[in-house]
Design a protein around this ligand. Structure first.
Ligand SMILES: Cc1cc2nc3c(=O)[nH]c(=O)nc-3n(C[C@H](O)[C@H](O)[C@H](O)COP(=O)(O)O)c2cc1C
Length: 182
């Protein structure tokens, strides 16, 4: 399968982005083609209904990748009990034509113990975009984020966190395969 991960932080050392890279590695190991679009490295312009930004290469790349994706992963930091403005802005550029009938896994990192608010918000947005929400999501919170600090290797990830992520990624890939018929 062709999977796109959108990492929705605007922070260089974001744990949600390091977690996205780890998930990308797991999905590749399972034989998938996985592109990671890091909105910190590839920012997209502020969405405006008055402008189409047709000449913006980063935005064109995002839309092209999303059109070709069989399944999608959306990752965000939890900000003020919601998703990041950077991710919401990127999603405002996209529409049902990018999500319709595709399995979507939501991922978040929070200062508190669980990132429920941003993950619930992502599920609402995905439903609006006609994506198929994975029944399980991935949340890292509090000290669990230490496993995804820059420079920490996959071998150093806390075993309980690693097991949970691997289980959810495995069940997400099964769902994605089922709905994409690939
Ligand atoms: C503007 C802002 C708002 C935040 N709001 C929350 C919040 O509502 N709940 C929470 O648990 N953590 C909150 N945090 C902490 C972040 O969720 C936490 O630092 C998280 O690990 C950031 O993800 P990142 O490592 O991918 O940047 C906030 C941080 C910032 C900068």
């Amino acid at each position: 399968m062709n999977i796109v991960i959108i990492a929705g932080s605007n922070r260089k050392e974001a744990t949600s982005t390091r977690l996205s890279e780890y998930i990308q590695g797991l999905m590749k190991q399972a034989g998938n083609q996985v592109s990671l679009i890091d909105l910190y490295l590839s920012p997209v312009p502020f969405y405006s209904p008055d402008e189409d930004h047709e000449d913006h290469q980063g935005l064109a790349k995002l839309k092209q990748a999303m059109s070709e994706a069989d399944a999608v992963v959306l990752a965000t930091p939890e900000y003020h009990s919601g998703i990041s403005g950077v991710l919401k802005n990127a999603l405002d550029h996209l529409g049902q034509e990018h999500f319709e009938g595709k399995a979507v896994l939501s991922v978040s990192s929070a200062g508190g113990s669980v990132a429920v608010s941003s993950l619930t918000q992502l599920h609402t947005i995905v439903r609006n975009l006609h994506g198929i929400n994975s029944p399980e999501w991935i949340s890292i919170g509090g000290d669990q984020r230490k496993s995804f600090q820059t420079g920490v290797t996959p071998a150093e990830i806390q075993p309980n966190v690693e097991n949970r992520i691997q289980r959810v990624v495995g069940s997400f890939l099964e769902l994605a395969k089922l709905v994409s018929r690939k």
